[in-house]
Design a protein around this ligand. Structure first.
Ligand code: ATP
Ligand code: MG
Length: 328
């Protein structure tokens, strides 16, 4: 059997934010892993904690955010207690991120050439490459993301490029720096649909070519189906179900996942659907048991008082739900 290697493992991650002395417990015991050379999705409605998870993985939580507990293992090492030089290494050579809003990712006053050089100088510092060799890597990566005329791109400033081109540049920097993981937080949602589709195809082809592992964060079940091989369903800061994408879509086990599948393929910021009354709980006093219990049509006393733990049903497909576990 083929050996599975996880480049990244998130274990029991809990994250809170503090605003005006009130603590909100946003992420609770988040668990998932990213296999080398695979793409994994995180899907859930607005405010469920997707971006918080991505920021925690890059170790760039806002200053009022705190990791309460848990581990984030990169090639087996916990980034949450890495010494600074190793953490710098991880950020420059381990994981890169593309953001929903492409304008926030590149420094507006530095030319694309110099942004590449900054990133690549660090990422390839052990190889002692010349500037010309680094620029050659940059040009090659720009071609890989289908940006023809690399010279023109390298001479540009971010404002001279379209949103889609800027996202391609971010992906190209990740590739040229030979980073292992791309964190894609709703890539392309700020762009028009054809450009978004091109970016998704590009990411998919890079994964298939074995260039990258990807964590794809989105509201859209369609994007998950198109791009990922494994998926995690997130509800109110918890992952309620995970597994092979086809398997989870074909046999959803958690009542939240089932409701999602019955809804529109694309979720909006207005909550999930007519199908599921209620909304995401208040994170300053989240439900004591299952976080979905207040909205769940199958709720029992146990669900209100006890937290369900992940329960595997075979083939790596798991869910945290008493109903699924008890076979009700
Ligand atoms: N810096 C912060 N300070 C306080 N609360 C925050 C902060 N950032 C996020 N939150 C809260 O944490 C929760 C999760 O937010 P997050 O941005 O992770 O959700 P998301 O799933 O990415 O949502 P969206 O799909 O809208 O991007 C929300 O209730 C949000 O208001
Ligand atoms: Mg977000």
């Amino acid at each position: 059997m083929e050996e599975k290697t996880n480049v990244l493992e998130v274990r029991d991650l809990s994250v809170s934010y503090t605003v005006a002395n009130v603590k909100t417990h946003v992420l609770e015991n988040v668990n998932f892993s990213v296999e080398k050379g695979k793409s994994v999705g995180i899907v859930g409605e607005s405010g469920c904690g997707k971006t918080t998870t991505m920021r925690a993985i890059l170790n760039v939580l806002p200053s009022n955010g705190t990791v309460e507990s848990g581990e984030i293992l990169y090639n087996g090492e916990n980034i949450l207690n890495m010494p600074n030089n190793k953490l710098q290494d991880y950020r420059q050579k381990g994981a890169g991120m593309i953001f929903q809003d492409p304008s926030s990712a590149l420094n507006p006053v530095i030319s694309i050439r110099n942004q590449f050089l900054e990133a690549l100088k660090y990422a390839h510092k052990d190889k002692k490459l010349t500037k010309a060799q680094l620029l050659e890597k940059a040009a090659k990566a720009l071609e890989q993301v289908s940006l023809a005329d690399p010279d023109r791109i390298l001479n540009s400033y971010p404002f001279q490029l379209s949103g889609g081109m800027r996202q391609r540049v971010c992906i190209a920097i990740t590739l040229a720096a030979e980073r292992q993981i791309l964190l894609a937080d709703e890539p392309g949602t700020a762009l028009d649909v054809t450009i978004q589709d091109q970016i998704l195809r590009l990411i998919k082809s890079l994964v298939e070519a074995g260039e990258l592992s990807v964590i794809m964060v989105t509201h859209s079940l369609g994007v998950i189906r198109q791009v990922t091989t494994a998926v995690n369903i997130m509800y109110a800061g918890t992952i309620v179900e995970g597994g092979d994408t086809k398997e989870v879509f074909g046999h959803p086990m958690h009542p939240y996942t089932q409701a999602l599948m019955d809804c529109l393929p694309k979720l909006t910021g207005n909550g999930i659907a007519k199908g599921i009354p209620g909304r995401i709980p208040d994170y300053s006093s989240p439900p004591g048991g299952c976080r979905f219990a207040p909205r769940c049509p199958y709720v029992t006393d146990r669900c209100l008082n006890e937290k369900p733990v992940p329960h595997e049903t075979g083939g790596g497909h798991w869910t945290s739900c008493f109903k699924a576990e008890e076979g009700r």
